[in-house]
Design a protein around this ligand. Structure first.
Ligand code: GAR
Length: 210
């Protein structure tokens, strides 16, 4: 399974994927100089910056992202802290599967503007007692693609957005590695297997405890 990872910033989810030794064929950032690119370079992974200012418009840039993934032979694209909506031109240029990791239990606290700390502020403003992580298929509908896996995380009294983000981030890294492991094991002719870690009454998949 050859991965392509789209990033915009810190890159801790990318690092979790690299540490777990998945094959990352290319890292693509929409912003120059971000920490995620240092992580890619440290692991000797090819990286490229495709920023909208270098293209006619965002649609042309997104087509270039899709083309870069296709020419790198990527099977599965992962949005790991990628902070922009992908236009239809992306999906025309890249025919593989694209998944996203989101730091809440979608459909709660998803949609426009729900990126990074804004998500955790929204959870705290809503007085939720549980939040979590969602990994889902990416479609043209923002945060609306089929859910592949979720993991719950408690909201603790006294949490602020930063403490909550740090707790959720640890769960993100675990769920991401578990889900990629699960996807890599799928039979080619099989349908995607949902791996639900730590939610509801469903028994946890073995990967969730690793
Ligand atoms: C992560 O919390 C990720 O779930 C979130 O941005 C952070 C990126 O951290 N993504 C979104 O909010 C997407 N809607 P990272 O760069 O350290 O992986």
């Amino acid at each position: 399974m050859r991965l392509g990872v789209l990033v915009s910033g810190r890159g801790s989810n990318l690092e979790a994927v690299l540490r777990a030794e998945f094959e990352v064929a290319i890292v693509i950032s929409n912003r120059p100089g971000v920490r995620a690119l240092e992580a890619a370079a440290a692991h000797r992974v090819r990286w490229v910056v495709l920023q909208v200012s270098d293209f006619a418009d965002a649609s042309a840039r997104d087509a270039a992202i899709g083309e870069a993934l296709s020419s790198a032979g990527v099977d599965l694209a992962l949005l790991a802290g990628y902070d922009r909506l992908l236009r239809p031109s992306y999906f025309s240029a890249f025919g593989g599967r694209t998944i996203n990791i989101h730091p809440s239990l979608l459909p709660a606290h998803g949609g426009a503007g729900m990126v990074g700390l804004a998500v955790h502020r929204s959870v705290l403003d809503a007085d939720d007692v549980e939040t979590g992580v969602t990994i889902h298929e990416v479609s043209a509908d923002l945060d609306g693609g089929r859910i592949i896996a979720q993991s719950g995380v408690p909201v603790r009294p006294g949490d602020d957005a930063e403490t909550l983000a740090a707790r959720v981030l640890r769960a993100e890294h675990r769920l991401l590695v578990a889900t990629l492991t699960s996807i890599a094991r799928e039979r080619p002719e099989g349908t995607p297997r949902a791996s639900i870690c730590g939610r509801g009454s469903a028994p946890a998949a073995p990967e969730c405890t690793q």
